[in-house]
Design a protein around this ligand. Structure first.
Ligand code: SF4
Length: 264
């Protein structure tokens, strides 16, 4: 991609952020009370709808096992049973246990120690764990650790492809780089704005928004907040409008940006 091409795509991404945020406001991702709950949710959401994850998390909560120590001591077969609703439950149970074993071995069981590592080093370590691909690693880094990385998901790819910005099969890192560099200037603007925080707290439930949670309202840098918000807004577009088949372009806030003859 040429520099001019990258700049024009970046500008387009910023326009999408502005349009979506104007339409829906803050999305309050991730809906969780603790960092560990985000991590477990990031594993469980692989290849399934969030509603199935919520059921599995509720089971763990009721059993008082939604904690590092809980996952450490629960027998594998019981964990499998509790998270069954999230699908691929045997695989996911092993993977969650692997994460806790890694945390114990490398960071004495401490998420504070884990997340105090530099972003690149920690990302590399997470990617080395069984069952963690870039989307899961970045979800953990961004939503649990407040590290400045953008999460690329299938909705992001679909929107970019339908809007002729990048092909859906584009390399994950290239898409991440596009969003990170495009959104970084907005973080500076947000740092100057007191209206942003107020609007986040006042916003209603639109797009894919959740009610404010301990994690969604935790202190974080403006850059992390912008990456967080953009991913949440994209989830809203994908969930409600940019469906795999039959996208509902006429009602989508990104319709004004749709190239002629695409999608609808
Ligand atoms: S639903 Fe249509 S307008 Fe909205 S993002 Fe998808 S392709 Fe674009």
């Amino acid at each position: 991609m040429t520099r001019a091409g990258k700049e024009s795509k970046g500008k387009e991404v910023r326009r999408y952020y502005a349009a979506l945020y104007h339409a829906w406001g803050a999305q309050h991702w991730w809906p969780a009370e603790t960092r560990f709950e985000v991590i477990v949710g990031a594993y469980l959401t692989q290849n399934t709808a969030w509603t199935n994850v919520e059921r599995a998390l509720a089971q763990l909560r009721v059993a008082e096992l939604l904690s590092i120590d809980g996952i450490r001591r629960v027998p594998l077969n019981k964990l499998e049973r509790l998270i069954r609703s999230s699908g691929y439950f045997r695989q996911k149970a092993r993977r969650v246990k692997t994460f806790v074993a890694f945390l114990d071995k490398k960071y004495a069981g401490s998420l504070d120690q884990l997340f105090s590592e530099p972003t690149d080093k920690l990302r590399e370590q997470l990617l080395g764990l069984n069952g963690i691909g870039p989307e899961t690693a970045d979800s953990i880094l961004l939503y649990a650790g407040n590290h400045p990385v953008f999460v690329v998901d299938a909705y992001t790819r679909r929107i970019l492809d339908r809007h002729k910005i990048l092909l859906a099969k584009t390399n994950y890192e290239d898409i991440r780089e596009l969003f990170q560099s495009a959104l970084a200037p907005l973080a500076h603007e947000q740092e100057q704005s007191t209206a942003t925080l107020a609007s986040q707290l006042e916003s209603g439930i639109h797009g894919a928004a959740h009610s404010p949670s301990a994690m969604s309202t935790a202190a974080r840098t403006a850059l992390v907040q912008v990456y967080n918000e953009m991913h949440g807004l994209i989830v809203g577009v994908g969930k409600h409008f940019c469906k795999k088949t039959a996208p509902i372009c006429a009602e989508c806030p990104l319709q004004p940006f749709l190239p002629p003859g695409k999608a609808d």
